[in-house]
Design a protein around this ligand. Structure first.
Ligand code: T4K
Length: 398
């Protein structure tokens, strides 16, 4: 006998909130041993030995010669954008986390939004072509959900002689048959935020094959210092602390286990949700190397019987904190919504549909198989009780 839904008077399935984005941490003792050594060494930040070890490990994993670790993915984006000399206008997808656009706007560069592909959720190359202008100085692609962008983008960038940079915040340890993430475009930016596949509390990195870019980004990360008292470049503070590198290394050591867990969870969700009309789980089987970090579900309200928002509310009452990524869309957020003609020059139909239909479900090493079964049961029951849920929601919001 199934437990009644909390929104219809039952007890929440989970006594504590089940989050999207619980950290993948790795071995506690390993982490504490690293922190102990750091403590004794008295070297806490600024290009310390743990940061160097972390950079080498990330570069190795990505098959890239250069990795510059940074304090977070946003600063890493800002530094990479600056190191590439971008200015004027840069094309970005509207369907991404807002940091992608903010990293440009923060430096007085205008993000111009393009639409995304309905299947991959990555930049639609035709839409990029349509927003190119004489002021365009670069393209900032996003490998959303870890799925590498189409190589067509590189062709377009080459034709127009524009630098191509990638926000690869979701895409560490992902790749195509022939290329690992880190080897696309001029540079690629990773995030090691606590919610990411590999975490360093806060952290980021830029991967590149270009030694000159590597050298300049290292200077920019540390105020432009080339030795004591010698500033040779404009810079900021983008340094990754040693304690973050200790976490990053520990989490990275657990990479095979994290991928295996994520892969298993993804398969379990897909098997359970496949049979429910109106739901589509993003599939990664066509991506040769993938971290399976995100369970991305599109809700077709007409067929499912509830809108995405009604379903998310229903799940939240169960303490299942499903998330609406990337609601409401960068173009509908400040400051971009306040100056639409500057940022939005083509219809963003797919972006708008996804912003209103996508939800993310909990996964990762903190989630168990029984949790997934309970989440899927709650979703199945939500569909079966759609009419009663809608009436309840109408009553409570009236
Ligand atoms: N580009 C893309 C495509 C990105 O997705 C991101 C970041 C970036 C660039 C920028 O990289 P970073 O500068 O962040 O390195 C977030 C994260 O702050 C952000 O890192 C992430 N993307 C974005 C998609 O999500 P929130 O507001 O959802 O995160 P937060 O901190 O509220 O955490 C979400 C949930 O995760 C919490 O409700 C509970 C759980 N959680 C979180 C933390 C921090 C934990 O269980 N433990 C924790 O320690 O924005």
């Amino acid at each position: 006998m199934s437990q009644p839904l909390a929104i219809l008077g039952g007890t929440p399935r989970f006594p504590e909130p089940l989050h999207v984005g619980r950290p993948n941490k790795g071995d506690r003792e390993q982490f504490l041993a690293r922190v102990g050594e750091m403590w004794d060494r008295n070297w806490l930040t600024n290009d310390g030995p743990l940061v160097r070890e972390f950079e080498a490990a990330v570069a190795r994993e990505s098959g890239v010669p250069h990795c510059v670790a940074m304090c977070n993915g946003t600063i890493a984006l800002e530094i990479a954008i600056r190191a590439l000399g971008l200015s004027g206008e840069v094309i970005v997808p509207a369907y991404t986390f807002v940091a992608t656009a903010h990293a440009l706007q923060w430096q007085g560069i205008t993000p111009v939004f393009c639409d995304v592909d309905p299947v991959t959720h990555n930049m639609d190359v035709r839409s990029v072509e349509r927003v190119l202008s004489p002021a365009t100085t670069g393209i900032l692609g996003v490998h959303l959900w870890g799925r590498p962008c189409s190589e067509e983008l590189q062709g377009l960038a080459d034709d127009r002689k524009l630098p191509l940079l990638f926000d690869a915040a979701h895409a560490f340890a992902c790749g195509t048959e022939t290329k690992s993430v880190g080897n696309f475009g001029r540079a690629e930016v990773l995030s090691f935020h606590a919610t990411k596949f590999v975490n360093a509390f806060e952290g980021g990195a830029v991967l590149t094959r270009d030694p000159d870019l590597d050298r300049r980004m290292r200077l920019m990360r540390n105020f432009g210092f080339a030795g004591f008292d010698n500033v040779v470049h404009v810079g900021t503070n983008g340094k990754l602390p040693e304690v973050s590198a200790a976490m990053g290394l520990t989490s990275l050591e657990a990479l095979p286990e994290i991928v295996a867990t994520n892969r298993g969870h993804h398969a379990r969700y897909r098997a359970a949700l496949r049979a429910i009309p109106g739901l589509a789980v993003m599939d990664y089987r066509d991506v040769p190397r993938h971290n399976h970090q995100y369970i991305v579900v599109e809700v077709d309200a007409g067929t499912f019987g509830l809108t995405r928002d009604e379903l998310v509310t229903t799940l939240q009452r169960e303490n299942i904190l499903a998330r609406r990524y990337f609601f409401p869309g960068c173009h509908r957020m400040a400051p971009y919504r306040d100056d639409p003609s500057r940022h939005v020059r083509v219809p963003l139909r797919v972006t708008e549909r996804l912003c209103d239909s996508v939800m993310l479900l909990p996964t990762g090493t903190a989630v168990g198989e029984a949790d997934i079964d309970a989440i899927c049961e709650a979703i199945r029951m939500s569909r079966d009780s759609a009419e009663a849920i809608r009436q309840t929601l109408r009553r409570t919001t009236a």
